[in-house]
Design a protein around this ligand. Sequence first.
Ligand code: ACO
Length: 327
Amino acid sequence: MPQARITATGSYVPAKKLTNLDLEKMVDTSDEWITARTGIKERRIAARNQACSDLAAKAGASALKQRGMKSSELDLIIVATVTPDTFVPSAACMVQEKLGAAKAAAFDINAACSGFIYALSVANAFVRSGQYGKVLVIGSEVLSKITNWQDRSTCVLFGDGAGAVLVEPAPAGEGRIVSVDIHADGSKGDLLMIPAGGSRTPVSEETVKKGLHYLQMSGNETFKVAVKTLENLVLNTLRSNGLQSSQISLLIPHQANLRIIKATAERLGIPMERVAVNIDRFGNTSAASIPIALDEAVREGRLKRGEYVLLEAFGGGLTWASALLEW
Ligand code: ACO
């Protein structure tokens, strides 16, 4: 079976910044609390007329440009998101139209913050099976539009952005996706959810009045499950690939909370210099956070051919996932 690899990366974040000091004027919070509890200093907020597919198309175009590939060559576009422009059509179909990728199939994946790695696992399988040769994987979120800006327990956490990668067959010696692991536990789904707006509780005047169309999270409980689950996940990924943590050149964690990122790195014995962190500038951008951080690492020249890169994420569903890359 052929191997697959990431051949290019791209990202896009909206221009508007919302700082902790701005939030102090909106809800009963403080820069000290947000910084100490999360590591976030500021986040980006999409313009009124910007939706998921707008950010996604910009990130995708940036990856295509880096590779020097025409959008007409793409076989498949996968968008990982919990904030699509609409339920139907999918954000991926809108990206296909925006990029002019006429021959590409297109669909969305919802695995919350683990969505990018879930989408990467699908792209990896399509390329390895030989069905598709050029797959664009995008994580894109406009969480600011599903955030309750009166709820201090969630509104300080999230931001908007998009990141993208191209997945293609890997010639020997030119890097590869070594392994991808995806998991779920639906029994704890209520820890992080949008209660209304789906077929269980359609939108009504009452659900809007109660704010049930916004993202709700039991933060502290989610935190505890996340730390424990991620520790086991990353240790298992190393073990099953016969690697030591000293062989990982860069850990790229989902950016939900700096304390969770540090706890995972510490458990692995990886110093923070070898961990990608941008939560201070972008907050939690759910499915977009890993591909944005990966694109930053590539553009800063942090990744060298043959080095190992470990991606890991935990999010709503509950879902969790890891990917080991040989760059
Ligand atoms: N400003 C000031 N005080 C606040 C704020 C705020 N913005 N938010 C909550 N508080 C208060 C609470 O009311 C509470 O007060 P009390 O002690 O008087 O009751 C106190 O701060 C502590 O609240 P906790 O929720 O226990 O704080 P915690 O240390 O757990 O931090 C946080 C909260 C940052 C949300 C953390 O729990 C977390 O990061 N959870 C995990 C998030 C995560 O990984 N989610 C999954 C990915 S997201 C996705 O899939 C879309």
